[in-house]
Design a binder for this molecule. Sequence first.
Ligand code: NAG
Ligand code: NAG
Ligand code: NAG
Ligand code: NAG
Ligand code: NAG
Ligand code: NAG
Ligand code: NAG
Ligand code: NAG
Ligand code: NAG
Ligand code: NAG
Ligand code: NAG
Length: 519
Amino acid sequence: MFSLVPISFLTLGVLPSLSQAKGTTDWKQKCEAFTSLPAIPESINASLTKVDYYPAGALFNETDPNTSLESTSFKAFCRVQINITTSNTTSAVSEIWLPDSWSGIFWGTGNGASGGGLNWGDLGYVAVNHGFAGHATNGGHSSNGSSAVAFENPETLTDWDYRAMHQGTVAGKAITAKYYGKNTFHSYYGACSAGGRQGWIEAERFPEDYDSIITGSPAVDDIRHNETWGLVHSEVLRQCDEIDGLKDGILSNPQRCNFRPQAIACRPGQTTGCLTAAQLGVLRYVYEPWVDVNDTYVYAGFPYGAEAGFITGNLLADGGEYGQDGDFFRHAIVHNSSWTVDQIDFALVQRGVEEIGGPNGDSATNPNITAFVARGGKMIHYVGWNDQYLSPFASIRWHDEVDSFMTTNTEYTTTDYYRLFVIPGMKHCGGGEGANFFGQPSVYTADPVSLEPSHNVIFSLFDWHQKGKAPDSFIGTAFRDNNISLGVNYERPICMWPKHTTYNGHGDPMKASSFSCAL
Ligand SMILES: *[C@@H]1O[C@H](CO)[C@@H](O)[C@H](O)[C@H]1NC(C)=O
Ligand SMILES: *[C@@H]1O[C@H](CO)[C@@H](O)[C@H](O)[C@H]1NC(C)=O
Ligand SMILES: *[C@@H]1O[C@H](CO)[C@@H](O)[C@H](O)[C@H]1NC(C)=O
Ligand SMILES: *[C@@H]1O[C@H](CO)[C@@H](O)[C@H](O)[C@H]1NC(C)=O
Ligand SMILES: *[C@@H]1O[C@H](CO)[C@@H](O)[C@H](O)[C@H]1NC(C)=O
Ligand SMILES: *[C@@H]1O[C@H](CO)[C@@H](O)[C@H](O)[C@H]1NC(C)=O
Ligand SMILES: *[C@@H]1O[C@H](CO)[C@@H](O)[C@H](O)[C@H]1NC(C)=O
Ligand SMILES: *[C@@H]1O[C@H](CO)[C@@H](O)[C@H](O)[C@H]1NC(C)=O
Ligand SMILES: *[C@@H]1O[C@H](CO)[C@@H](O)[C@H](O)[C@H]1NC(C)=O
Ligand SMILES: *[C@@H]1O[C@H](CO)[C@@H](O)[C@H](O)[C@H]1NC(C)=O
Ligand SMILES: *[C@@H]1O[C@H](CO)[C@@H](O)[C@H](O)[C@H]1NC(C)=O
């Protein structure tokens, strides 16, 4: 479900070298001679299970068994796999991909939904092809994104929550140091979706693991949808598209849309192209936050425009499963495989938070990132306004919570270390109608679109951490049909929250210079 490769972004080809392989090192020989692990801190119990050399353009074709990747687009690297015993009953697999042309950066990747498996795509396209040594963990189990059955074992849940990522990162850094014979290097992390949650947990619990972090649309929740959303989306656009000054299918600031769904309510005798009373009732659950007993906030509603992505499931038909990952509740909290998500209620959510949520559990709910910030850590957080799985309002709420906690309890100024970017028209982690490409992790391009920090969030993070150049905005690119080989359609700024991409009122709407960032 949180599949990480919008297919249209895949093109064939190999990135040009960022730097030439140094000297005359025989990297194949060096890789094959890597037969023992270095001492790994914290008594992490790892064993070496695989070492393979992949020359540039070699076929990589693996199955995890629940994830798979076939590619010939990677630069040359040494693939190291380790198995970490994490408890009496559990173990986690990590891979560290070590490129021949190393730029001196260690890069951590994350997972998707409940999916236990190795994120080979980010290891290859994002880490190796940019010259970074990459780390990925299977999170302690093998599953597809929608299955949480492994979480019946609480030790597996602990691996997934934080243990596998932390232990794999520590081991991966030791392996990187040994392989290149260099003890100091920058370590950065970037991932989206479940990987966004993992990034926040790293900052909260293990501030020494990464020097700076990019988190995209972070959380663990899930949602189901229906075709009827196409009708709702057309009506949302009819009512609200032009509020931002441009009729372009993108709501630059969905909060200014005051949608009136009654306009598409079924009239007597009408059965198609309209919404029934029951369906209109469901809309309320989708767009309004879930607030329960004693005005307790449970989960964010979705913004107008996000329904553009609500096309594949049964949301309107089944009366509103959204914002909850049913299988996660079934196996990690209720422990009853017959339980169905329509039985969810506030009491169960509260139980989940008490048992496995909270500051020390699964959710990224501890806004105290003081230790990470004290080390000079920078956090870039992004989310699409049209995210169809994880509401951007949940990201905005989280931003405000961190801002409020840190401002109250520390002397730091939030924008000095944490910046949120909410991207008009972008779906979950990428894709959509908007200018949705800015070099983010989990969206793969064999050829780099731009390594300029102004267009590339990864290199912008490096500039911020290493040179103090903080990003106020990025230039996002929209490709024709979201297909890089078809070329650039238009460019537009992506603004730091709470600013919005705003049309200047004149100028070519295909050019970024015709827009500003304004409140
Ligand atoms: C992207 O465009 C190229 C060039 O026209 C085409 O060959 C390819 O099939 C397109 N990819 C997708 C996923 O449509
Ligand atoms: C390390 O893991 C192995 C299993 O792979 C186990 O036999 C051994 O007891 C563990 N060592 C420690 C110190 O826990
Ligand atoms: C990749 O592996 C799959 C499954 O083993 C196989 O069917 C496929 O032919 C392989 N691809 C190539 C290019 O060898
Ligand atoms: C990892 O080691 C454990 C023993 O600690 C073993 O049960 C498991 O099969 C190993 N996994 C892999 C992928 O080698
Ligand atoms: C399981 O591991 C714990 C340490 O984490 C140890 O105290 C305990 O004796 C182990 N149990 C078994 C059955 O090996
Ligand atoms: C993952 O793959 C294993 C081995 O094929 C299989 O037994 C298991 O059911 C799969 N798990 C999920 C959740 O898909
Ligand atoms: C994911 O795995 C579960 C358990 O093995 C299976 O029931 C489900 O059909 C799988 N879903 C997909 C999309 O493969
Ligand atoms: C709601 O508030 C009342 C009064 O403070 C309290 O007695 C009750 O336990 C609360 N209910 C829940 C579910 O927290
Ligand atoms: C939802 O989608 C299913 C097919 O996926 C369809 O059978 C059903 O009629 C749709 N419901 C509505 C309300 O459109
Ligand atoms: C499991 O859930 C089913 C369906 O709600 C219910 O009938 C059954 O009693 C539950 N089992 C237990 C042990 O609670
Ligand atoms: C925040 O975390 C730091 C340690 O990282 C701790 O020293 C401090 O007391 C915490 N602040 C609050 C208000 O809990």
